[in-house]
Write a protein that binds this ligand. Sequence first.
Ligand SMILES: Nc1ncnc2c1ncn2[C@@H]1O[C@H](COP(=O)(O)OP(=O)(O)OP(=O)(O)O)[C@@H](O)[C@H]1O
Ligand SMILES: [Mg+2]
Length: 467
Amino acid sequence: MSPEPTDGSPRPVVLVVDDEDAVRATLREYLRDAYEVLEAPDGPSALQVVESRPVDLVLLDIRLPGMEGLEVLQRVKALDDAVEVVLVTAVKTVRTAVEAMKLGAYDYLTKPFDFEELGAVVRRAVERRALEREVLYLRGELARRHGFEDLVGQSGAMAKIYEVIAHVARTPVTVLVTGASGTGKELIARAVHRHGPRRERPFVAVNCAAIPAELLESELFGHERGAFTGAYARKPGKFELAHGGTLFLDEVGALRMDLQAKLLRALQEREIERVGGTHGVKVDVRIVAATNLDLRRVVAEGGFREDLFYRLNVVTIHVPPLRERRSDIPLLVRHFLAKYSREFGKPVRGLTKPALATLERYDWPGNVRELENVIERAVALTDGGVISPKDLPLDLLVGRQGGGAAGTLRAARRQFEQQFILRALERTDWNQTQTARVLGLHRNTLQAKIALLGLRREGPRSRRGPG
Ligand SMILES: Nc1ncnc2c1ncn2[C@@H]1O[C@H](COP(=O)(O)OP(=O)(O)OP(=O)(O)O)[C@@H](O)[C@H]1O
Ligand SMILES: [Mg+2]
């Protein structure tokens, strides 16, 4: 979400809201050396800025045309209560001051400005904001260490994702999680739910790609009795089930156009209509959507409504593919190793160096899910307490032979042979006669190789398709 540079610390962002050009110009001049200064002449445009980009502090004139300062304050806080707001007035009245503090303003300045005071207040507010962010981040960190969180990874990309999760979770803002298949989008959606005030309420997931379009409408919005053949009783939809909690719209890019229109209406009106229903039903749900498509492109190609896209894409969390954050691989491996050795009751201690190197080199087109499957299979296959390359699938071993291939040619050939024969055996369901024919070997030779290479049929639990 935040386009902060990862190198040095970015300048804090201060939004100056005042209808007088001269006042904005003065403040800009004064602040721009130390801060990035944004400006807005009125309440609505101020809210637009806060909604569309990270802001640390709002300097808010209390007397604005149209929307009053105190209302702007309230709305800013509703959007993101971590944003600090300092009110600016021409006259100091105790009543306004008290009200402002009650609504969450950080402090209070009077015009004409005492620049020393202004500087001090802005600095303190921004510092507090930075501190708060850090606390949030650490809280997320702590939660993970205590096992509330099953998200693993300490790469820069993941750290940023944790920060965004901790930050958006407390707000009701709609989140779009994007990333390739198997990168952990659903896990992130759940984390957003679990870190927020709705954690005790339901998290309801709908996979828009998995449910036939004819059924999806009733799945989402429910139906009344007799709405269609087979609708024997009224059934609540996922929106209603998620009331008070979070609705996770998975694979939202797969939504058919007519349902996109209905979803948009539901999001706008905060109200749904059951299939066959005659009146709206109020629902209060927090929406997290996910897609592995480049939704912007789908919009450009006319496959997804632009207005719906902007409704969903208020905050984006993009999860990069695993190959772009390889430093997470060893941590994930350890995590899954522990998980499956527990599950299979097989104490597997770790991986040999070449095995880990193989995993670190591989491209992981199926991302974390593929890695998890590989480890699950390896734990099932291994006969020792350690995973070695022979426990890994062939694709991983032959995928990249260049560069750092470890070991002798003979060992590599043996590994290759092992995996190649194993694969052929699996394909024929261990029919040795058939396998021998496929491989162009005599059956006795195949049997000798099976013994020599220590090939064994894997357990029924060790295979798992995607999903
Ligand atoms: N950072 C992570 N830490 C631990 N486990 C992870 C992580 N990311 C993904 N996983 C695991 O990988 C598997 C796939 O994750 P998930 O289902 O969240 O991916 P996805 O992005 O929703 O994939 P798809 O687009 O295919 O639905 C799950 O079993 C999940 O637990
Ligand atoms: Mg998913």
